[in-house]
Write a protein that binds this ligand. Sequence first.
Ligand SMILES: [Zn+2]
Length: 330
Amino acid sequence: MKKRGSFVISLDYEIHWGVFDALSLDTYGENLKNVNLVIDRLLSLCDKYQVKITFATVGMLFAGSKSTLEKYNPIEIPSYDNQKLNPFKLMSNVGVDEQNDRLHFAKSTLQKIKQNGLHEIGTHTYSHYNCLASGQTLAQFKADIIAAKEIVKPMDINVESIVFPKNQVNDDYLKVCYDNGIKSYRGTEKSAIYNTKSSPLKKKLVPLIRLGRLMDGYFNLTGHNTYNVEKLNADAAIVNLPSSRFLRPYHSKLSFLEPLKVTRITKSMKHAAKNNELFHLWWHPHNFGANMDENFKNLEQIFKAFTHLKESHNFESKTMTELTLDILNK
Ligand SMILES: [Zn+2]
């Protein structure tokens, strides 16, 4: 593999399936309703700067109708202790098809992404599966992944990468992914504030951890979080392409800090480009659903920085699977 830095973007594409347990439609509906518009703008900005994205997509979004969804639902559904996490309870509220329910179906938008040709479509599990939640089992996760692979087949897509919902990486589940043809996943940053495994002590520290993550978005508290991916995955069966940074949505109350947020990202990109490392940026399309112009302004600055680094250091935009194949075939 040629020595050069890589710029990977993965988006957790989920619409309502990703937030139904945490956010209400009253407070977050605008963000969700604008996701299709966000994707249109993303595709044209990516075309302009030739930046590739891995759309890690919730399997349920591939259905064009409720009857299709019911056909592909997994044979076993997760038996979470906390039933608030169970998306299958939403089925009675799901509309008849995509035209009537843009919060739960996105087949036509996914077709647009596929036809564009620049990007990868990966999985965010079939049902936005909580891999570290208590009550669910490995067999239920396996049924979910099989459903995620099946529902994309009519669109002639082969899912080869995964982003775990809520970044809950369950090491025992990686083999299930591998056995089902998934070659890479997005791990978390090294710093303890990004570890998603819970403990009683950590539960008490949640406000502090959140504050730490917020501050780290503007100021360099945890380093660049860029990676020598060949070294990191020397013996791995399934490749880990860890996150470098979550692109926080525009924050109107902290708008004076927005330039710091962008600079924090572009400096780390430069570090990756100079050291032939990976810089892996992620967010959710719904994060851009409000304050769209401000969010796209930030993204365009990041893409401009990428263009400079491409010229100066051969920094390269890659999908998760493209980078994975480079590592595996080195
Ligand atoms: Zn998610």
